[in-house]
Design a protein around this ligand. Structure first.
Ligand SMILES: Cc1cc2nc3c(=O)[nH]c(=O)nc-3n(C[C@H](O)[C@H](O)[C@H](O)COP(=O)(O)O)c2cc1C
Length: 172
């Protein structure tokens, strides 16, 4: 099996991280992988915002936790985040970011890193306390953060969930 197919089949969401930082070069590789994803009409109206400073990650978690009424919210205490955001006027914004996030997840797996999609900024990007933090990170005001890659060195190796039966249908 080739390496791409192997990564697709092997990748799992990782929610426990060791705390070891991710090398700058590896973050750059993940960001490049994101930027090579397909996008509707090739618009690439997205931004991928890398956050590696633990205090900045904690500030975002705190603001999101306040917005959601979830004290101690921590995005699984990652070493780094990549926020995938897109122009709120782009109807393909979420789909484009989802393609880019999957590129990040597969690239992360290929480097021995763990990753998981964090969905909660989709609904909280425009909460004033959260937006203030996003402004500080340089996320454009007209962007919604459609998904976040929470990243780190894996401290667990989850097994694949059984595949749902009947989802493949041949109409030929
Ligand atoms: C659109 C989407 C949103 C998700 N949101 C979250 C989330 O907020 N928190 C989380 O822990 N996992 C989240 N996940 C990860 C899924 O729970 C995970 O992919 C699923 O359970 C299958 O496990 P696997 O990734 O190991 O194959 C999300 C995945 C997708 C595709």
């Amino acid at each position: 099996m080739n390496e791409v197919l192997k990564a697709i089949l092997e990748r799992r969401s990782v929610r426990k991280f060791t705390g070891e930082p991710i090398a700058r070069e590896e973050m750059e590789t993940l960001l490049q992988a994101a930027s090579y994803a397909p996008s509707g009409m090739g618009k690439q109206s997205w931004q991928f915002t890398a956050v590696t400073d633990g205090a900045k990650i904690a500030a975002l978690c705190e603001a999101m936790g306040k917005a959601m009424g979830k004290e101690g919210y921590d995005m699984y205490r990652p070493a780094a985040l990549i926020l995938a955001s897109n122009d709120r006027e782009n109807g393909n914004g979420l789909a484009d970011c989802a393609c880019a996030l999957q590129n990040i997840f597969l690239a992360a797996h290929s480097l021995g890193l763990g990753s998981v999609w964090i969905n909660q900024l989709k609904e909280t990007s425009d909460e004033p306390g959260v937006r203030a933090v996003l402004n500080g990170f340089g996320v454009p005001a007209e962007h919604i953060v459609w998904g976040v890659a929470s990243l780190g060195h894996p401290a667990e190796t989850p097994a694949a969930k059984p595949r749902r039966e009947g989802v493949i249908h041949w109409a030929d």
